[in-house]
Ligand binder design. Structure first.
Ligand code: NDP
Length: 477
């Protein structure tokens, strides 16, 4: 090991030197890119580097220190001590690891991002990076975000007259908003706080049944995801609300259908960036548009269409230590908001015949609070992203979702998804069959060439390699 915790690189690739100074620092990037700014997310041939070389490359591009490198080397989840984990959740016995990779080529609102993605599914990162490169050719993603308004719900049961209760509550709007703010003084000092009160009647009171109301407290949570904050707000005013309604307080909790905190992302992809060896740009564009129409017309397809979006979304949400269950719940509830499950992103022929993609979804993520700061790996991920605010992070995450969607639709509309997917999946199958080290790539290649990526086949290939190495060992070679 060298000073600084970096391992000495045993092999330079294709003549690229492992350049280090005496302090373990890196003096030279492995990749000569025409674009040399620190923030640039185009790193051609990054995928060809070893993991150690990728660390060196990153260190050369970003302001990473030895501690950051140690976290990367020890594994993202390795950075989470058992002790810290034990303080996060209950009944801890260990920590759980997943791969962390980099989504490349992302440009959102004229800014470049190298995007850490945490995901177990092969091809998600490569596919998103590939689509982001095509989008980049059209100028990148443009995105905007609503203010970070979360909804806290207060249920009131046993309301004798729901109409009177609504009037009573809304007449005390100013008093109630002040009470909400009083529960979250530091958030108010930061510029957040109560933004509105809405009352919805769920069951109108009648002679057969008392009424049920729900009061929505709208709270600007600034850079926090905000669940705990708005739950505190709901708790603080629930009794007063029930008193005004003449009923009893019921549940007091946020809604994950955060439809006041939407992000919107658009991209325009030029035809030349869609063209493949076998398909013209027009053909790919029209195939993607037809795939989008399919999802718009059929909830069975929309579910898979949206799963493709969530491949990218969840990977970044998870990497940043955010609550992916909340984002998932919000996404699917929003997709079904008019009573029918619909795609979160649609694709059309845009200006100049380009392919235009538009995505809109709730995005409840924070860059403070929750686990985002408590997990050392998540803190490093925020650093790699350039310490974005919550709105900026949300727009980036949605862009990764749109890129993932484009990539899946493009593959489906052309060769079909299996070819690209299976060649990456082949590596997992090879590992499941017991391959390790260089054998993983070798067995995966054989499986792909055979067009038969099954465990059974991988086991047979492995048996052949094992027999060969046993024979060599017996012969003393
Ligand atoms: P926290 O309870 O950690 O609150 C946010 C913290 O961030 C506060 O302590 C706040 O400080 C601090 N903060 C620092 N800077 C800022 C800033 N610029 N803007 C806003 N806050 C700032 O987290 P959340 O309220 O965000 O809740 C998220 C957690 O809640 C997640 O772990 C999630 O899993 C969990 N959760 C999720 C639910 C769901 O249904 N999805 C339900 C319940 C919990 P200060 O106190 O000084 O204001």
């Amino acid at each position: 090991m060298e000073a600084g915790g970096l391992r000495v690189l045993r092999r330079g690739r294709r003549g690229r030197a492992a350049a280090r100074d005496g302090r373990g620092g890196v003096t030279q990037s492995f990749i000569q890119s025409k674009e040399t700014t620190m923030s640039v997310s185009r790193i051609p041939r990054f995928y060809k580097l070893s993991v150690e070389e990728r660390h060196v490359e990153l260190r050369g591009r970003l302001d990473l220190d030895d501690d950051d490198l140690r976290i990367l080397e020890s594994g993202w989840h390795g950075s989470l001590s058992i002790d810290a984990a034990n303080n996060m959740v209950e009944n801890v016995i260990s920590t759980h690891a997943l791969p962390l990779g980099l989504g490349l080529n992302f440009r959102v609102n004229d800014r470049d991002y190298i995007v850490p993605m945490c995901v177990e599914e092969p091809s998600v990162i490569a596919a998103a990076s590939n689509a982001a490169k095509s989008v980049r050719d059209g100028g990148g993603f443009t995105a905007d975000a609503d203010p970070p308004i979360m909804i806290a719900q207060v249920q009131i049961v046993g309301v004798p007259d729901t109409n009177v209760a609504c009037v009573e509550i809304l007449a005390r709007r100013a008093e109630l908003m002040a009470a909400c703010d009083a529960a979250i003084p530091s958030l108010v000092r930061r510029g957040g706080g109560a933004r509105g009160i809405e009352v919805r009647t769920l069951v109108a009171s009648s002679e057969h049944e008392p009424g049920m109301l729900v009061v929505h407290l709208l709270v600007d949570c600034q850079d926090a995801m905000g669940a705990n904050m708005v739950n505190t707000v709901a708790e603080s005013v629930a009794r007063r609300l029930a008193e005004l309604a003449g009923g009893e307080p019921g549940l007091r909790i946020l809604s994950n259908l955060a439809d006041r905190r939407l992000v919107r992302v658009r991209c325009l992809v030029p035809l030349h960036a869609l063209e493949t060896k076998n398909f013209s740009g027009e053909r790919v564009r029209d195939g993607v548009v037809a795939a989008s129409r399919f999802a718009e017309l059929d909830p069975y397809r929309a579910a898979t269409h949206n799963k493709g979006i969530m491949n990218g979304v969840d990977a970044v949400v998870l990497a940043t230590g955010n609550d992916w269950r909340g984002v998932e719940a919000g996404a699917h509830a929003y997709a079904a908001r008019d009573g029918r499950y619909r795609p979160l992103a649609i694709w059309r022929v845009g200006p100049g015949g380009m392919l235009q993609g538009d995505l809109e979804m709730p995005m409840v993520v924070g860059t403070v609070g929750g686990t985002t700061r408590a997990h050392p790996g998540a803190r490093l991920v925020m650093k790699l992203l350039g310490h974005p605010g919550a709105a900026e992070l949300g727009m980036l995450i949605a862009s990764v979702g749109l890129a993932s969607n484009l990539s899946a639709l493009r593959a489906l509309a052309c060769e079909g998804i299996q070819r690209g997917h299976m060649s990456l999946h082949a590596r997992s199958v090879a590992m499941n069959a017991g391959a390790s080290g260089a054998l993983v790539e070798q067995v995966a290649r054989e499986l792909s060439e055979l067009g038969d990526v099954r465990l059974e086949r991988a086991v047979a290939i492995m048996a052949r390699y094992t027999a060969t190495s046993d024979a060599l060992a017996d012969a003393g070679e």
